[in-house]
Ligand binder design. Structure first.
Ligand SMILES: [Zn+2]
Length: 509
């Protein structure tokens, strides 16, 4: 009973706060190294041997520079192209950026203005625009700015399939946000030992015919951005001569003359992190290099994260379809919770510090969750603000699949402490703007969402369920799926009447 109470207390500790992962470890200034963990979770049902682990002081990730897997289909027009050239002054927390955007109207209807989302501009004093011009060099003077939005009216509407180029130059004086228990996790900015660059450049959101730009306001919790896939060419230079600085990025680098060059094709975004303290462990699974960057005090947990990510990637490859990239990067973060980006995810130091060894641990569950976002968020996009269940319920349920298939001895723990402990309820199809607060949002979207998927699987049967999941993943690859898309495709795989489940879990269906 004592053990159980201790576990419950821990669960309470980690349950209260906000994020992508719906779990938040107790992280405030907790720096104790974990000396009890073994970092070698068992693997019961996998058919291939565990990945080989190597631990090194990071230099350049040893991965090839091949292009990502080409798009198989779907997108008939050229993707929007972002060319970013950034110089980071690490000790001064300053980034200077030149950016060219070659925007292609993929919406199917003429567009009468251009909208840039500038997330850094939501932070006071962070974003300084130096110049804005058309691709021919003509300055753009007729624009309006409102916090994180910049709108440029077009003299003539941009027809479908046509391209338009703009150039920007700007400086970022990076913020150093304090961890907050009451708001969304903030990966953007610097701490004493790392700088995280996420949503750091102006980008153009999806445009929905008849509705316009998909640009939602930030909420107090949850994620609000929606991304159209694009091609990224990124050049990074470090102005500081510190030889220990390491860049952890969402794609492999080519380095020449101290310039780091990246190509990231068909991606939702481009994210990176820099530190002079990272340890890097790598492994390869299914031709994908998995890279785990962590701080020296968390070696055991850093290796466990690598192992979990590699195992989950291999499993989800089978269940949802091939992971389309050459690398997947995990970065230990000085902010709360976990947060997914395309080709990279952050995981809070709190999970590392609290890691107890073995799979029945939040570090493992959340690493499996964040890895699943490479499908439910990156490969298959959705409106994170209005239909967050499409990525969060599916990623939470993917944790269940991870335990079920690879670590069944942890499955009871997962159901008990990840799901049932919170007595989840609420409409699965709620938005991030839940007026009842984070806990109600998390319980409904993540946890009740996972229960819905479990009930759905039990109702229609394993075979149709997994065939549908695979088809959904492949059918909406690099697109943005909606709840309507989800249920319309489901009808192709099961004729079972699911209306009792819809009545139970969904407000709008
Ligand atoms: Zn999540």
């Amino acid at each position: 009973m004592k053990t159980k109470l201790a576990t419950l207390s821990l669960s309470l500790l980690v349950a209260i706060f906000a994020a992508c992962t719906s779990q938040n470890p107790s992280t405030v200034s907790s720096q104790q190294p974990d000396t009890t963990a073994t970092g070698t979770p068992d693997r019961h049902t996998a058919t291939s041997p565990p990945p080989t682990l190597t631990s090194t002081k990071p230099a350049t990730p040893a991965v090839d520079d091949q292009q990502d897997t080409p798009t198989p289909e779907l997108l008939t027009v050229k993707l929007t192209q972002y060319d970013l050239s950034a110089t980071l002054n690490y000790p001064r927390h300053h980034l200077a950026v030149d950016e060219q955007i070659a925007y292609t109207n993929q919406s199917g209807e003429p567009i009468s203005d251009l909208l840039l989302i500038i997330e850094p501009a939501r932070y006071p004093g962070v974003f300084q625009l130096n110049s804005l011009s058309w691709s021919d060099g003509q300055p753009i003077l007729d624009y309006t700015r409102d916090l994180g939005l910049l709108r440029i009216p077009l003299v003539e509407p941009l027809p479908p399939g046509e391209e338009l180029g703009i150039s920007l130059s700007y400086d970022l004086n990076l913020p150093s946000p304090s961890p907050s228990y009451y708001g969304r996790p903030v990966p953007f900015g610097y701490s004493s030992r790392q700088t995280n660059l996420v949503d750091w450049y102006p980008f153009i959101p999806p445009y929905v015919p008849g509705e316009g730009w998909v640009a939602h306001r930030a909420g107090p919790f949850g994620e609000h951005l929606v991304y159209e896939v694009a091609d990224f060419e990124v050049k990074i230079q470090l102005s500081d001569s510190n030889p220990n600085l390491v860049i952890a990025a969402c794609a492999p680098a080519e380095i020449a003359n101290d310039v780091y060059r990246y190509q990231f094709k068909g991606a939702r975004n481009f994210s990176w992190s820099v530190s002079d303290q990272y340890i890097l462990s790598t492994t390869t699974v299914a031709s994908v290099a998995v890279l785990s960057y962590y701080f020296p005090v968390n070696t055991v947990a850093g290796e466990a994260v690598l192992q979990t990510t590699a195992e989950a990637l291999e499993l989800y490859n089978d269940l949802f379809g091939p992971y389309p990239r050459k690398t997947l990067t995990v970065v230990e973060a000085d902010f709360l919770d976990g947060m997914e980006y395309d080709g990279l995810y952050f995981l809070s130091k709190g999970f590392y510090n609290l890691y107890s060894g073995g799979p029945a641990d939040y570090l493992t569950a959340i690493a499996a969750h964040e890895t699943a976002h490479q499908w439910w968020y990156s490969a298959i996009g959705n409106d994170q603000a209005l239909e967050p269940w499409l990525d969060e319920a599916l990623s939470t349920y993917s944790e269940r699949l991870f335990y079920e298939n690879l670590h069944p001895q942890g499955l009871d723990w997962w159901w008990t402490y990840r799901i049932y402990y919170y007595e989840p309820r609420g409409w699965v199809d709620g938005s991030i703007y839940n007026p009842e607060g984070y806990r109600a949002y998390r319980d409904a979207v993540y946890l009740n969402g996972a229960l819905f998927l479990e009930d759905l699987r039990n109702l229609i049967g394993d075979k149709p369920f997994f065939e549908f999941l695979y088809a959904y993943s492949q059918g909406y690859y690099r697109r943005i799926a909606s709840g309507d898309d989800f249920f319309a495709l489901l009808e192709d795989y099961s004729q079972t009447d699911i209306s009792p489940l819809l009545d139970k879990y969904f407000q709008m269906r």
